[in-house]
Design a protein around this ligand. Structure first.
Ligand code: PMP
Length: 453
């Protein structure tokens, strides 16, 4: 059990990411102390099913001895080696090669980062260098999609299109442009998939014309928008957007920080979309959250253009901890687990999760159930026909989060009354069923709250 003094230390000194600082001073932290499989234990000894895999990252589940052993062995043998210049280490080389085998098409070149935000930052740097190498440095404008999330760094936060990451921070930057989201549940063009695709294609074309086709460097998408509330595009949307980019020779960047490593079924969601991005970012499931690591995949074309552009000079982009050997060793051990059955289990459990959550569609609070594989969300409404959101002042998703926590389930509370799910791929059938049952109970309790509607 944790002493209250630890909570006080946290309150006094630890600044929490994406939290209300004043709110946190009042509530203090909910601390976790241990975890195994898909279950986490909090400081009060209360066990919970982790329906969100930490921050949609612990894809393999907690406490795998093989991962712990791989990290320990690497810490003993060689805890650090720089990847700078032409130095390196065995696990980094092996991991890059194995990842290239899993990546779609000719994404054969892997640049390691510490997480997703610096992976996105790296793609912006690489895109600029790519166009500089082709003698078109004026291609310096970037487009992304409303409701998208591409990290919290100074550059990525501007590609991100969520107000809380912009307001007060001077974001977005003037070279960062947006088009509307495909958000089928609340789309002005209605719910017809083809109408949504056509509208997005038209809007992207218009945006490119507005900026100037010879000014646009790259376009960013998430195969499923994550932090915006698990917003799934209609089938064919991603490939339609890819085709527009190819018409104009614009780099297409797929941000697979969440959707990588079996989260939606395939190893990467781009594979199912039938596209090969020019660059692809990933993180989270790469090391299953055990240690930090992210990656950028570069196509042969992007890699060779930058390499030729730099010639004998260094491509001046790097982090002290790029290709960290301990992270790479963990990545290899986690890949073994995925390939050894977790990817397959994730596909089966994803079908069960989606079917289970669909069964909640009859609940009075449930307006929309969406997702793919082990990535899903429920959007709550007051009136199903009118799709009226629950009053924001009642913080409905946070209420469900609190109820679920008390019922032994961790979910994610998004703005607009959206509850998110991204359980570890190692879940059993019983655990998936418990996630659904505990959600129903938590929704019932929220419905009974007099001031929530
Ligand atoms: N891109 C996407 C699509 C993400 O979901 C995230 C994180 N949730 C990031 C980038 C940033 O990753 P990180 O938090 O590891 O910096």
């Amino acid at each position: 059990m944790l002493s209250n003094s630890l909570i006080e230390l946290d309150r006094a000194h630890l600044v929490h990411p994406v939290a209300s600082w004043r709110g946190h001073e009042k509530t203090g932290a909910r601390m976790l102390v241990s975890a195994k499989g898909a279950t986490v234990t909090d400081a009060q000894g209360h066990q919970l099913l982790d329906g969100f895999a930490g921050l949609w990252c612990v894809n393999a589940g907690y406490g795998h001895e093989s991962v712990i052993e791989a990290a320990t062995k690497q810490l003993r043998e060689l805890p650090y080696a720089t990847g700078y210049f032409s130095l390196g280490s065995e696990p980094a080389a092996r991991l890059a090669a194995r990842l290239a085998e899993h990546a779609p098409g000719d994404l054969n070149h892997v640049y390691f980062t510490l997480g997703g935000s610096d992976a996105v930052d790296s793609t912006v740097r690489f895109a600029r260098y790519y166009w500089h190498s082709r003698g078109m440095a004026q291609r310096d404008q970037f487009i992304s999609v409303a409701n998208g999330y591409h990290g919290s760094s100074t550059v990525g936060a501007g590609l991100t299109a969520l107000p809380v990451f912009h307001a007060g921070f001077g974001m977005p930057l003037d070279w960062q442009h947006k088009i509307s989201s495909h958000y089928a549940y609340r789309n002005p063009v209605g719910t017809d998939p083809q109408a949504i695709i056509d509208a997005s294609v038209a809007e992207l074309r218009a945006k490119i014309e507005e900026i100037g086709p010879d000014r646009v460097a790259a376009f960013y998408i998430e195969p499923i928008q994550g932090s915006g509330g698990v917003i799934v595009p209609p089938k064919g949307w991603v490939s339609a957007m890819h085709a527009v980019c190819k018409e104009h020779d614009i780099l297409f960047v797929a941000d697979e920080v969440i959707t990588g490593f079996g989260r939606t079924g395939p190893v990467f969601a781009s594979i199912e979309e039938g596209i090969v991005p020019d660059m692809m970012t990933t993180a989270k499931g790469l090391t299953s959250g055990y240690v930090p690591m992210g990656a950028v995949f570069l196509s042969d074309g992007v890699y060779n253009t930058i390499a030729d552009g730099a010639g004998a000079a260094a491509v001046g982009h790097g982090y002290t901890y790029s290709a960290h050997p301990v992270s790479a060793a963990v990545g290899l051990a986690v890949l073994d687990l995925y390939e050894g059955g977790l990817f397959d289990n994730g596909v089966r459990m994803g079908q069960r999760l989606m079917a289970g959550l669909q069964s909640l569609q009859d609940h009075p609070l449930v307006g929309d159930v969406r997702g793919r594989g082990m990535l899903a969300a429920i959007e709550m409404v007051v009136d199903k026909d009118k799709k009226t959101p629950l009053p924001a002042a009642a913080a409905p998703a946070v209420r469900v989060f609190d109820r679920a926590w008390d019922n032994g389930l961790v979910v994610r509370a998004f703005a607009q009354g959206v509850i998110g799910y991204a359980p570890p791929l190692c879940c059993t059938e019983a655990e998936i069923d418990a996630i659904v049952e505990r959600t129903r109970l938590s929704l019932d309790q929220t419905l009974a709250d007099p001031d929530v509607r």
